[in-house]
Design a protein. Structure first.
Length: 338
């Protein structure tokens, strides 16, 4: 690790199927600057990398960091699956990247010898919310993202749990209805198959919500539900129930204090959280499971970026992998970058 690594700013990145966000964080996690762009589809992997590169140059310029060695590291959340800790990513919702060596590219282009740490985007949300958000001061926290996909990450006893391959906490593929709809993972009845935004919109359209309008999204659905559209509200209720069932199982397994839910759909508010709580109350019957608190993320859209900062600035709690397996560019100790 470069000298003074714990005290410098962190370049932070959050990559999902809908948007790519980047910023620079103080060592304490506060974002000095951040910005986001839609994730381009119908482009190849190299073009998408150049988009990210442009975004990173933009945020570094904004805080006048010209030499990557001024950074204490680069933290990045990305949609899974990925080879972890190597940071070779194949995000389900970004088909242009298959076995894309994201950590290696970041290290070669922006690393300057500082640590580069890539983790699952939902795990970064969990880390961010535990470190600086709704789970602050709690020992056992699950962070979730409900968006194009459904993901999650686990903090138990104040430490991020990675699991054998870095995927622990991936609640999206916990089965809630064994006879339910097919899931993109190849299984059936997973939480994600029901509660992911596109699945919700498709279900609602089958039930008569804006049936002839292509390109309708969960955002449109939530807006209509808020206006009192019955089928749209029913779709959110269906998602809320599935989430409640999955969370009841998760807290029974992990004895959680707080579940913090982020991602676009979490902005639907009571229309999602009320049916969620109903299902949770119905299925979590033991005393220790009844105390779990389910809340929207406190950090909003910044949760993933703050969590990416935690991978570097609070690596003792949120990064267990050491530097092994992470490709790193040679240290720039003898050569000044041009
Ligand atoms: Zn699945």
């Amino acid at each position: 690790m470069a000298e003074g690594a714990d005290s410098g700013p962190v370049l932070v990145i959050d990559i999902g199927g809908t948007k790519m966000a980047a910023g620079v964080a103080e060592p304490g996690g506060r974002l000095i600057t951040w910005t986001q762009v839609p994730t381009a589809h119908d482009v190849d992997g190299e073009r998408l990398w150049r988009n990210l590169e442009d975004l990173l140059v933009q945020v570094l310029d904004a805080v006048k960091i010209a030499d990557p060695a001024e950074l204490s590291g680069i933290g990045c959340g990305c949609g899974g699956p990925m080879e972890w800790p190597a940071g070779i990513v194949s995000p389900l919702n970004i088909p242009a990247w298959r076995e894309f060596p994201l950590a290696g590219r970041l290290a070669a282009r922006f690393g300057g010898g500082v640590p580069v740490r890539v983790h699952n985007d939902a795990i970064c949300v969990a880390a961010g919310e535990h470190w600086r958000g709704a789970g602050r001061g709690k020992r056992n926290v699950m962070g979730m993202v409900v968006s194009t996909g459904v993901g999650g990450g686990l903090i138990l006893n104040n430490r991020l749990i990675d699991g054998a391959s870095g995927n622990a906490g991936h609640i999206g593929h916990v089965v809630v209805y064994p006879d339910g709809p097919a899931c993109v993972c190849g299984g059936r009845g997973c939480l994600e198959a029901i509660a992911r935004g596109p699945a919700l919109a498709a279900w609602a359209q089958q039930q008569g919500w804006r049936p002839d309008q292509p390109g309708m999204t969960a955002k449109d659905l939530a807006a209509d539900a808020a206006m009192g559209h019955k089928v749209a509200a029913g779709a959110l209720r269906r998602a809320g129930h599935a989430l409640g069932i999955a969370i009841a199982s998760a807290t029974s397994l992990c004895d959680l204090d707080v579940v913090a839910i982020g991602g676009g759909l979490s902005q639907a508010g009571a229309l999602l959280f009320e049916p969620l709580q109903e299902a949770l109350d119905r299925h979590a019957r033991l005393d220790f499971t009844r105390k779990v608190r389910v809340v929207p993320v406190a950090l909003g859209q910044q949760a993933g970026l703050v969590g990416a900062a935690a991978l570097i600035s609070a690596g003792d709690r949120y990064w267990t992998a050491g530097e092994s397996g992470v490709p790193s560019s040679p240290r720039a100790s003898t050569v000044s970058p041009a």
